[in-house]
Design a protein around this ligand. Structure first.
Ligand SMILES: NC(=O)c1ccc[n+]([C@@H]2O[C@H](COP(=O)([O-])OP(=O)(O)OC[C@H]3O[C@@H](n4cnc5c(N)ncnc54)[C@H](OP(=O)(O)O)[C@@H]3O)[C@@H](O)[C@H]2O)c1
Length: 258
């Protein structure tokens, strides 16, 4: 089973996506191929990652239908004034006529914030991006975009990990109907933490799997990145065990102490 959340246009966003930051060239291609082979159907890239062509080639060569893979890319803030051109370049590199989700990678300067968002909305209207959203934006910035255009971002991609757990921030997004995608959940966690180790041993899994499953318990989209096939597989294998409510609460508490 692959958990997903429905976006505004009815498209299903799989809760487990494959992260590709820092994966370049052959490693990017091979890692994405491995991820698709293992069963991932959501890949997260960005113009900044300089791997869109490898991601596109991996999707093509995988034999999985383009329609079955949810592809996200992101606009560099420095391209805010040339957003349309930047998207055309991303589509060319990815070898596809549309992306499933296009995000503003970081908020551009205040003058360009709304302008960039309007560019994303036009791309959506033209069918070049099925959904549009933001990354690293605050709820106040999201409100600004929504008030200026009458259309809210589908997603906000932000850092999330046990130590950064913030139920109030999660609720702020839920109230606005904005899906939270959490990034760097593994990198920002001490995977040898005794609380995680105890939980992992009890369930016969790794601490990385515990951390990722904990995100899913909160319906937060995860984007684990690895260049090692066995880890790519383990990070996708999160349904063979259940965290107890006490496990989830113990990990939630990292956000207050960590
Ligand atoms: N929007 C943004 O501004 C933004 C910022 C950062 C990230 N992101 C997105 O989110 C994705 C994930 O974040 P991230 O790449 O920063 O970090 P991450 O996925 O949290 O962590 C990646 C690191 O964890 C290691 N790792 C992966 N699986 C593991 C496992 N099962 N056990 C132990 N270690 C494991 C990897 O090493 P190995 O490769 O050696 O396995 C790598 O060093 C990115 O790739 C990107 O797509 C977005």
């Amino acid at each position: 089973m692959t958990r997903s959340v429905k976006l505004g246009d009815g498209l299903a966003l799989p809760l487990i996506g494959f992260g590709t930051w820092r994966l370049r060239s052959k490693t990017a291609y091979e890692s994405v191929r491995a991820a698709l082979d293992i069963g991932y159907r959501h890949v997260d890239t960005a113009t900044l990652y300089k791997n869109e062509s490898e991601v596109g080639r991996a999707v093509k060569d995988s034999g999985v239908d383009r329609e079955q893979v949810f592809i996200t890319t992101k606009l560099r803030p420095s391209d805010a004034r040339h957003a349309r051109r930047a998207l055309e370049s991303s589509l060319r590199q990815l070898g596809t006529g549309y992306v499933d989700l296009w995000l503003v990678h970081w908020p551009p300067g205040r003058d360009e914030l709304v302008q960039a968002w309007e560019e994303l909305l036009s791309a959506q209207d033209e069918g070049l991006a099925r959904n549009v959203g933001v990354s690293n934006h605050s709820p106040a910035q999201i409100d600004l975009l929504t008030e200026a255009t009458g259309r809210r971002p589908a997603v906000n991609q932000i850092p999330w990990s046990p130590a950064q757990h913030d139920p109030a921030l999660l609720e702020e997004h839920r109230r606005r109907g904005v899906v939270v995608e959490g990034y760097s959940g593994l990198k920002n966690t001490d995977l040898r933490h005794p609380v995680l180790t105890e939980i992992a041993q009890r369930h016969g899994v790794t601490t990385a799997q515990v951390v990722l499953r904990w995100h899913l318990e909160h319906d937060i989209v995860i984007l684990p990145r690895s260049s090692r096939r066995e880890r790519i597989a383990a990070n996708f294998d999160l349904e063979g065990f259940d965290l107890t409510p006490e496990d989830v609460a113990a990990i939630d508490a990292f956000g207050r102490t960590g």
